[in-house]
Design a protein around this ligand. Structure first.
Ligand code: UT7
Length: 337
């Protein structure tokens, strides 16, 4: 048996830079209420959402990804040719194959970086941070670009009362690289396929196209969500997962400076913070009010806003958690770059 070289990774990993792209078109609640017989007041009360942003035709998945990544790469102090792997978390790239990641890696000017998409819905970005961190420590990449990007407006039925006012578009990116001290804690992640149907694409492509036996629907297979069960699962089960991520990193809620949960609903964010008994001094991301629920993009967008507004400072200890369709979830403690 020939001995196989083990390869050498960095002692630890860290987030080196964060970037974001927010689409140009702001869509206030007043623009979505008529089609769903709702009101600005109901939407704000039940979700905390005041407005969201929808991408224009030019603001494609690739364009928004590249724009947010260029900022993250510049802030990380590296150049695109130093990126060894590009991970793109998304559920709204409308081509079944190939993944969008290779096109983004090439436009950015990486030198043939490994590139693939992650399908873990709203939890995809935190899955990407976990994978990127392990790659850097395992030696399969020195720098990993992790992007969360969505154009949910393309796959949302604007007449569906349960989803039309929630989902939105945008992109956020981080560069993960080597570190002498731990900058990304162990991931706590998992899934629950017993709740597979709570958030899902309404039907698969065969049902859209049809067959000899049955005609297809011929309409875009939009996202569907049973909001209330998801709400209860997120508010209670996810608070426990968040506390497990603190434990895994060897920190307590008192050590935290910043909490960046998935931006699904302001009431879920508040319920989690209460249930975790977060101390007053912990600053909490509330990007959902301005941005809506951008699925895989929500955590990096929210982190970026906190950094931009001075609520998250370099060296701060932050807890990230994201959860959604699958159901899938992932959480980790990170140091703010
Ligand atoms: O990102 C992936 C993870 N996603 C989430 O975490 C989202 C989780 N879910 C939610 O955020 C919430 O469930 C929603 C914001 C979607 C809905 O809030 P809710 O408090 O769960 O409302 P509900 O579905 O229980 O409906 C309450 C009432 C119902 O009326 P009755 O039966 O009490 O008379 C609905 O018919 O609100 C009514 N309703 C609406 N009214 C005005 C439902 N949708 C609407 C609407 N506008 N759009």
């Amino acid at each position: 048996m020939a001995p196989i070289g083990a390869g050498a990774g960095a002692p630890h990993s860290r987030i080196m830079g964060v970037g974001a792209y927010r689409p140009s078109r702001i869509v206030p609640n007043s623009e979505v209420v008529d089609a769903i017989d709702s009101s600005d007041e109901w939407i704000q009360q039940r979700s905390g959402i005041k407005q969201r942003r929808f991408a224009t035709d030019e603001e494609t998945i690739q364009m928004m990804s590249v724009a947010s990544s260029r900022i993250a790469i510049e802030r990380a102090g590296i150049t695109p040719d130093q990126i060894d792997c590009v991970l793109v978390a998304t559920v709204s790239h409308l081509l079944q194959t190939p993944a969008i990641a290779p096109a983004i890696a090439t436009e950015l000017g990486t030198e043939h970086a490994a590139a693939f998409d992650i399908s873990a819905a709203c939890a995809g970005f935190c899955h990407g941070v976990a994978l990127g961190s392990d790659m850097v420590r395992g030696g399969s990449a020195r720098h990993v670009l992790v992007i969360g990007v969505e154009r949910l407006s393309d796959i949302t039925d604007m007449t569906d009362r349960g989803t039309a006012f929630i989902f939105a578009d945008g992109a956020g990116a981080v560069v993960i690289g080597p570190s002498q001290t731990p900058g990304i804690g162990p991931v706590v992640w998992g899934s629950d396929g017993e709740q597979y149907d709570l958030i899902r694409q309404r039907e698969d492509w065969r049902d859209v196209v049809g067959s000899d036996d049955s005609p297809g629907s011929g309409v875009m297979p939009h996202l569907t969500m049973q909001g209330n069960p998801v709400f209860r699962w997120a508010s209670f089960t996810m608070a426990k997962v968040a506390l497990e991520a603190l434990d895994a990193a060897g920190v307590t809620a008192a050590d935290l400076d910043v909490f960046v949960p998935h931006q699904a609903n302001m009431r879920i964010i508040d319920a989690m913070a209460r249930s975790m008994k977060l101390p007053e001094h912990v600053r909490i991301a509330r990007d959902v009010a301005e941005q809506g629920n951008t699925s895989a993009a929500s955590v990096p967008l929210a982190l970026d806003r906190m950094i931009e507004e001075g609520d998250a400072r370099s060296g701060d200890t932050a807890l990230l958690i994201a959860f959604g369709a699958g159901l899938a979830y992932a959480a980790q403690v990170v140091t703010v770059p």
